[in-house]
Design a protein around this ligand. Structure first.
Ligand code: 5AD
Length: 365
């Protein structure tokens, strides 16, 4: 897809034009990854973080925030719940917590892999090659690390360096993670202050350049206790808005660029539009949902952005709601781990109905 075509779609606000884009993404999703919606149980295992990212509510700068780290026993209990609810994968996510040591995490992964049939996805921040290798050896299947923005100047502005650590960049790290044999996921926030259309288009092209297997993108949601959340809007004339529409456009384009990737309809999108954000995401290219399995007593402490949907929702209720959504959309629930299987083809599959129109979607003018 040509960058000019991406920019054209990002700037398009005509409802008929957007319906066409969303419909195309939906068809491409159906043709390449089918009707199954894969559910990944998210366990937020620690809110400790050594970073001070300017958008994130878990930033080390938030001295007042009570910190927690789940015990191995608690995590295993949540993983077993994932299995009981029929989910094929657990995602272990945390702030960048040095307290989650190499051996501890490796033992945890081994434990989950030996006691359940779940695929294990890790999302523990920028970790050393040694740690990442040890976790892969222990059986971890996937790693998620959003690069947030491909604009290096903007990245550095919103990610002040952690003490004693030098800036090396997430994109080179993602390439290494992929080379280690992880299924690799990354993504961005849509509408972070300072993000312009050109840089968002570049971000989307990176999904293709990095050949990502998983792509997560959601709107930036201002957290009032963070430097970016305290800034006054508007941020400038070429600023990308952090709206549902812009997120859906980016999601649809991501699907056209990476037809066989696993792409979640994110919690941030569901938070921005509580009534139907999640379903909209699933109709614009999404094929994954990551229901939260973190024990309720920790949820409030993992507010990367405020009023995260699902803060008080029990895992069983979430699962029932999701089943209703899946039925309403006439889709099916994914079975098994739902990774990039051998059945998925590498080449781009255009649905027959769109073949003639592919040009309209992807050409520069
Ligand atoms: N708004 C939206 N998304 C956020 N994230 C962190 N803070 C925010 C926020 N304020 C996203 C980042 C991170 C992921 C775990 O959550 O993209 O990678």
């Amino acid at each position: 897809m040509h960058k000019r075509a991406i920019l054209r779609w990002l700037k398009n606000t005509d409802p008929a034009g957007l319906r066409y884009l969303y419909g195309a993404a939906d068809l491409v999703r159906k043709k390449n990854v089918g009707e199954a919606i894969h559910l990944r149980g998210l366990i937020e295992i620690s809110n400790h973080c050594r970073r001070s990212c300017a958008y994130c509510g878990l930033s080390a700068c938030r001295r007042g925030l009570r910190r927690y780290r789940m015990s191995r026993h608690e995590i295993l209990k949540s993983a077993r719940l994932a299995e009981r609810l029929g989910y094929g994968t657990v995602v272990l996510q945390a702030g960048e917590d040095p307290g989650l040591g190499k051996k501890w995490v490796a033992d945890l992964v081994r434990d989950i892999k030996s006691k359940t049939r779940l695929a294990v996805t890790l999302s523990l921040g920028e970790r050393t090659i040694n740690e990442l290798k040890a976790w892969k050896m222990a059986g971890a299947d996937r790693y998620l690390l959003r690069f947030e923005t491909s604009d290096t100047a903007l990245f550095q502005k919103i990610h002040p360096p952690a003490r004693g650590m030098k800036f090396s960049g997430r994109i080179p790290l993602l390439r290494k993670i992929r080379a280690m044999g992880y299924e690799t996921g990354s993504g961005i926030m849509v509408g972070i202050p300072g993000q312009n259309y050109d840089s968002l288009a570049e971000d989307l092209l990176y999904f293709q350049k990095l050949d990502l297997e998983m792509i997560g993108l959601g709107p930036w949601l201002p957290h009032p206790e963070t430097p970016l959340g305290r800034m006054k809007e508007p941020f400038g004339s070429n600023q990308v808005p952090h709206t549902e529409e812009m997120t859906l456009k980016a999601l649809a384009i991501a699907r056209l660029l990476r037809p066989d990737a696993n792409i979640p309809s994110t919690t941030a999108l569901a938070t921005l539009n509580r009534k139907s954000g999640r379903e909209h995401g699933l109709c614009c290219g999404g094929n994954v949902v990551m229901p939260n399995l973190t024990p309720l007593r920790y949820r409030k402490l993992y507010e990367i952005y405020p009023s995260k949907v699902c803060i008080f929702e029990s895992p069983a209720k979430t699962a029932a709601d999701l089943d209703r959504s899946i039925k309403r959309l006439r889709r099916s629930r994914g079975r098994g781990p739902g990774g990039r299987g051998p059945s998925l083809k590498k080449e781009f599959l255009w649905p027959t109905r769109l073949k003639k129109e592919a040009k309209r979607l992807t050409s520069p003018s």
